[in-house]
Design a protein around this ligand. Structure first.
Ligand code: 5GP
Length: 117
């Protein structure tokens, strides 16, 4: 897949060029509130390294990918999401991916159905 050199909306948020509600941040990722929430709690865990899609992640990204999930866990613990939470990665058009910069959705705050589609 072609790599567009133009910054994604998430890179602009990471670089503070556009605003977003940043809830957590460390060296590797940020956690922001989704602008168009699909649940009472809906945040995005976004790596600072731009990997366009999960399908393009490489072996050397394994620690980073694990870190994103542990960040989701940390967020859920801090927010006391005891009722449960869901993490989702959309990969590609059919999955509904709209921003070509890998990110993990964390949704919570209401009972959810499965399958989601
Ligand atoms: P995707 O559809 O690619 O899996 O998820 C992209 C998500 O990014 C969507 O849920 C969308 O609402 C969110 N989003 C898109 N643009 C912005 C923005 O400028 N700010 C924030 N906070 N979220 C955004």
């Amino acid at each position: 897949m072609e790599f567009n050199t133009e910054k994604t909306i998430f890179e602009k948020i990471i670089d503070r060029e556009i605003s977003a509600e940043i809830l957590m941040e460390d060296d590797l990722c940020i956690v922001i509130r989704d602008i168009n929430p699909g649940a009472p709690v809906h945040v995005l865990i976004i790596p600072k390294k731009r990997i366009p899609h999960l399908a393009e992640a490489r072996e050397q990204d394994a620690l980073l990918l694990g870190h994103l999930l542990l960040m989701a866990q940390k967020f859920a613990q801090q927010k006391e999401l005891g009722g449960g939470f869901r993490v989702v990665i959309n990969n590609g058009q059919d999955a509904g991916e709209t921003v070509p910069h890998l990110h993990v959705h964390l949704l919570a705050g209401k009972p959810m159905i499965w399958p989601p589609c």
